[in-house]
Design a protein around this ligand. Structure first.
Ligand code: IPE
Ligand code: IPE
Ligand code: MG
Length: 252
């Protein structure tokens, strides 16, 4: 497949949904109300991604490190996760959205693990939009679990060490089913990765916005896509090299 240097719409958008707590604090509300408003923003992003023809939308909802937050905030987030799954799965199914949850599921309550499994099963036949929620997820966790899984399926570790390729390792990562993200958005003003998709974001275009996640609406999503459309993706090559295939297409 030819890589076009200026694809109009990213195939895969990943979002670090940050700023819920600050959104609530600015309104003298408890942090949890920022998290529940954040779920409305998730709904808006899923709908807009579908409308714009994005094929993969990957959302960072809860990091490996977020387990270290105060116990009451962690339990509220887990309750919100449960209720969002209960309320939204029917709609996702109708909208042609396939839901996957990627992360260390063993850390979740068994009831939540069951709900996740049921939601994934219920939407497994869909392919219009692949929605992945990264929860109890960290890029380092993902790399370690990938290496463990690779070793577990390779009888000869010494031979593996000799011939291991990037593709072989990538096949064991949590997002092995998706192309790498073209566009990574982080809301909330911080310019850091916070242990999100460490391997997969090697060549993603990075878009940082001060908009807090609960305020990130359809127009904000479109603004990120418009910025993406201006980027020239070079993947290590020169500008002239990546322009060449486009010129060939014009001549054809
Ligand atoms: C993102 O918002 C949601 C989670 C990390 C679960 P935050 O809760 O980090 O909000 P801020 O960054 O404190 O404003
Ligand atoms: C990143 O946000 C994780 C999620 C959005 C789920 P954090 O709020 O946890 O990141 P830091 O701590 O500011 O880096
Ligand atoms: Mg934060």
């Amino acid at each position: 497949m030819t890589r076009h240097p200026r694809p109009a719409v990213p195939r895969h958008v990943a979002i670090i949904m940050d700023g819920n707590g600050r959104w609530a604090t600015a309104r003298h509300l408890p942090r949890v109300s920022g998290h529940s408003r954040g779920i409305d923003a998730v709904r808006a992003a899923v709908e807009q991604a579908g409308r714009r023809g994005v094929e993969y939308l990957t959302l960072f909802a809860f990091s490996s490190e977020n387990w270290r937050r105060p116990q009451d905030e962690v339990s509220t987030l887990m309750r919100l996760f449960v209720s969002a799954l209960q309320k939204e799965v029917g709609k996702l199914k109708e909208q042609g959205v396939r839901l996957r949850v990627v992360g260390d599921r063993a850390a979740f309550d068994p009831a939540l693990q069951r709900l996740i499994h049921e939601a994934e099963q219920a939407t497994a036949g869909n392919a219009r939009l692949h929605l992945t929620v990264c929860a109890s997820y960290g890029g380092r966790w993902d790399l370690v679990q990938a290496v463990r899984s690779l070793l577990a399926t390779s009888p000869d570790a010494a031979a593996l060490a000799e011939r291991l390729t990037e593709q072989q390792l990538a096949a064991h990562l949590g997002l092995a089913f998706a192309p790498d993200p073209d566009l990574l958005i982080r809301t909330g003003g911080e310019q850091r990765i916070s242990n999100f998709l460490l391997w997969q974001c090697a060549y993603s275009e990075l878009y940082f916005t001060h908009t807090l996640w609960p305020d990130f609406d359809a127009a904000a999503f479109d603004a990120a896509l418009a910025w993406y459309a201006t980027r020239e993706r070079r993947f290590g090559q020169t500008s002239a090299q990546v322009a060449a295939p486009a010129a060939e297409e014009l001549r054809a």
